[in-house]
Design a protein around this ligand. Sequence first.
Ligand SMILES: C[S@@+](CC[C@H](N)C(=O)[O-])C[C@H]1O[C@@H](n2cnc3c(N)ncnc32)[C@H](O)[C@@H]1O
Length: 287
Amino acid sequence: MLGQASYDSGTKQTWRGWQWNRIVEHLPGYHPRIGAAALKRLCADKVAVYLPGPDDLDRPLVISKGFRNENLIAVDVCPERVKGVRKAGGIAVCGTLQETILNWPEGMPLDVVVADMCGGFNKTIQCMIPIMHSTLDVGTVVAVNLLRGRDADNSVRKTMSEVYPSSETANKHRGIHFAYGVLASVIHGDKRWPTFPLAERARISAYLMALVNPVFYNYKSGNNVYDSVVFGWPWGGSQAKVVRKEIKGYAVVNAVKSIIKTRNIRSRLSAMRAVRTQKLHRSRAAK
Ligand SMILES: C[S@@+](CC[C@H](N)C(=O)[O-])C[C@H]1O[C@@H](n2cnc3c(N)ncnc32)[C@H](O)[C@@H]1O
C-alpha cells in the first residue's frame, strides 16, 4: 500500500464490484442477454479514466471484465500514487480529474469516467458537471462516489430542492444530488422553468431523469457514509453543441476557471496518449 489510507476492505470491494457491474451495464451496446465473450469484446476497446488511490484496486477487477490495461487511465493528484501505477505497468497522469476531463485530448475516446472521491458534494465536485458538458459525448458512462454529510456549502442542494419538486432532492443521498445537478445544469438557466406549474416541472424532471438512467448505492465505512451513482451521459452531437452554448454563460461554468488551475496538464495528457499508443502497438505485436 502506498500513502496512508487503504481502501482494501470487504465493504469497499463489494462496492467496487457493484460499481463496475453497473458501469458495464450502462455501456452502449450492452443488453441483459449478452454472452460472456461478447461482453468482454464490448469492454475491450473502452477507455476509462479513474482515481486509483493507494493500491489501484480497480485495475485488476476491471481487466477481469475485459478492459485492456492500456485503456485504463489512472489520474491522481498524489505523485506517489501515479508512480505506483506506472511501476506496476499501468498508465497514470498526475493532476486533478477535473482538469484532465476539461483538457481531454481531441479525438481520443473517453467511454467511462469514475470519480471515487474522498470528499462530499462540494464546489470542486459540482464544477465537474459543466466540465463534463464540455467534453463528454452521449453514452459516456459516469460513476461518482461521494462522502455524505461534510459539505462546506449546502446552497446548491438547497436550490435543487427548490427547483425540483421531488422528495428525492430532499434526500441526503449525494449520488441523487449529483444526478439532479446534471439535470439542473440544463434547466437552471431557462428563465421559463420557475413559471411552469409544479406538476409540469415534476413531469419534465422525471422524463429527464429517465434519460440519464441513474442507479444508486450507498455503504458505510467506519463512521462515514458514501453515496454512489452510475449513469449514462445523455447529450451528444448537435444537441450537445446547443447545450454547451447555452450553459456557457452560466456562473458555475465561469467559476470552474477559478477552481481548476491548469498546470501543464495538456503536455502531460499528450505524453499519456503517446505512452498508450506505444503500449497498444506492443501488446498487439505480442499477439
Ligand atoms: C477514494 S481514493 C480512490 C480509491 C480507489 N478508486 C479504490 O477503489 O480503491 C481517491 C483518490 O483520488 C485522489 N483524488 C482526490 N480528489 C482528486 C481529484 N479531484 N483529482 C485527482 N485525484 C484526486 C486521492 O489522492 C486518492 O488517491
